[in-house]
Design a binder for this molecule. Structure first.
Ligand code: FE2
Length: 333
């Protein structure tokens, strides 16, 4: 697969001060000043992962998909052109601004600006989170996931799957139509939600510790109207998360404990239990759809739907005290 992961993302906004406060104080990103018009954020050892650009109009956005090297970038450009997609080679000044060695740009059928790049620059100073968090899970999984609102999913899916090589992870029709796509072991690096209009829905960042997310949730709860989706757990990527309203018109999902998949053998399927095992009251959904979502969660509760937590080495202790009752429950799944 040519694309390795979501390497970076950028958004147009005039509210650099609000973004600095929100991204450092609530999410835990590290702010890096880049002159008057640009605010960059670090999540790890890379020079930047998320960019807020005052020179771009509100609502404008770009996504940087990573490839292995210059050859992979050339191959991707050729594949796109073969599919009739207009490709622009990134000038040196743009590669410098993105802190990468080389890139190309093109657009998806909904008009989202996509970039593909290789050679992200590593900073020579360690990552210093904006708040005292344990850090962000990035590396080979990329920065997290991007979720786009789209008018129609089908033409977008054809482009992302057939041209760019994304794999479908799973999809749902209720309480809203949503499709989830992977390019690496992260359950989804991209998702499309059919809302009837094209836009940015949310960007997810994954933290190493559940307590990081809980503390971010406390920060969000201390501000009026900051929480857009309450704390909950997803059925498909098993992420425990909440969504905060960003200074732009989309949300940031702060998550923990996302599952990994094996892309080579994964088979897509339809999700019939709704998007969340519990929680995730969605303020962005129309009331009728919220009601459907609530009914699905109540059914999940009645049926006792659950899934094991997904943990990393060094971030758990095995508990003793198992008993015959639990042995039966765990055997039953
Ligand atoms: Fe998400």
């Amino acid at each position: 697969m040519a694309l390795l992961g979501l390497g970076y993302a950028g958004f147009g906004s005039a509210d650099l001060d609000d973004w600095r406060q929100f991204a450092t104080g609530l999410v835990g990103l590290q702010a890096v000043e880049r002159g008057n018009s640009l605010l960059a954020f670090r999540m790890d050892d890379r020079k930047q992962r998320i960019v807020i650009d005052r020179a771009m109009p509100e609502g404008a956005r770009f996504f940087g998909w990573e490839v292995a090297d210059a050859d992979a970038l050339d191959e991707l450009a050729a594949r796109l052109e073969e599919a009739g997609v207009a490709v622009t080679a990134g000038p040196q000044a743009l590669a410098d601004a993105r802190r990468v060695l080389g890139l190309i740009s093109f657009h998806d059928p909904a008009g989202n600006r996509l970039e593909a790049f290789y050679g992200a620059e590593i900073d020579d100073t360690p990552f210093r989170p904006g708040r005292s968090i344990s850090g962000f899970r990035t590396g080979p999984l990329g920065l997290g996931h991007a979720v786009l609102s789209v008018e129609h999913i089908d033409p977008m899916m054809a482009f992302y799957v057939d041209v760019l090589g994304f794999g479908l992870s799973d999809y749902m029709q209720k309480p809203f139509r949503a499709y989830f796509f992977h390019v690496n072991a992260r359950h989804h690096s991209l998702a499309l939600i059919e809302t009837g209009r094209n836009g940015m829905h949310h960007l997810m960042v994954e933290l190493f510790s559940l307590d990081d997310v809980g503390q971010s949730y406390d920060v969000a709860l201390s501000e009026p109207d900051r929480v857009s989706v309450t704390l909950g757990r997803h059925t498909n990527d098993l992420m425990t998360s909440f969504y905060a309203r960003s200074p732009s018109s989309f949300m940031i999902e702060c998550g923990w404990g996302g599952r990994e998949i094996e892309p080579k053998t994964w088979q897509p399927f339809e999700l019939r239990d709704g998007p969340s095992l519990w929680g995730h009251e969605r303020l962005w959904l129309p009331p009728a759809d919220r009601e459907v979502a609530r009914e699905m969660r109540m059914r999940a509760a009645a049926e006792g739907r659950r899934a094991p937590v997904q943990v990393m080495e060094g971030n758990y202790r095995l508990m003793s005290g198992t008993c015959a009752w639990w042995d039966e429950v765990s055997k039953a799944g």
